[in-house]
Structures are given as structure tokens and as C-alpha cells.
Design a protein. Structure first.
Length: 103
């Protein structure tokens, strides 16, 4: 199945404790159906000090289910993603505006 959400997409959270927050996708795991969004679903990880790192309490973004994310269109509203063939190429399209997401 084609990827509706990709790394670098600006998304909004639809459900959960961070509902309404916006962020950028930093990584996607299609097999698990999850994505890590910067600044969303943060948890504190306690790390031991080593020669490379300071240690202490470090905030870390945990994965969010893809079904709880929606891409933000050019108007700043959450939208679903569809696919169309334009100029012989398959592109992602915003359902609300019909604009091409991929540049």
C-alpha cells in the first residue's frame, strides 16, 4: 500500500492526550503503522551518564498510531490523503482542497 503519511509531513493529532497538537513527522514505521512526531507523545527517559552523554532525564517522542494523525493542508486544516495520476505520475492529493501534497 502506498504511504499516505511520510517523513517531513506536517501533521495534526486527532485523538489522545495530545489531541490538536501539530508537529512534523521525524520517522515512520509502516509495518507497525506508527510514526514519531516531533513534540508529540513525549515521555521522560532516565539515562545513565557516560563519556558520550550527560545523562539525566531526557524527553523523548514516542510513536503515535497513523490513524490518529492527519496531514495539514495549505489552509492549516486537517485533511485526508488520496492518490491521483497527474501527468503520468502518481501523486498524493489533499481531499479538502484537491491540491497536490508532493511538490
Amino acid at each position: 500500500m502506498a504511504a499516505k503519511l511520510k517523513k517531513g509531513d506536517k501533521v495534526v493529532v486527532l485523538a489522545g492526550k495530545d489531541k490538536g497538537k501539530e508537529g512534523t513527522i521525524s520517522s515512520v514505521d509502516p509495518a507497525a503503522g506508527k510514526a514519531v512526531v516531533d513534540g508529540v507523545n513525549m515521555a521522560v527517559r532516565h539515562t545513565k551518564q557516560s563519556q558520550q552523554s550527560q545523562g539525566g532525564r531526557i524527553p523523548k517522542a514516542l510513536p503515535v498510531d497513523l490513524s490518529n494523525l492527519a496531514i495539514v493542508d495549505k489552509n492549516g486544516k486537517p485533511t485526508r490523503v488520496g492518490f491521483e495520476f497527474r501527468d503520468g505520475k502518481k501523486v498524493r492529493v489533499a481531499k479538502t482542497t484537491g491540491d497536490v501534497i508532493d511538490a
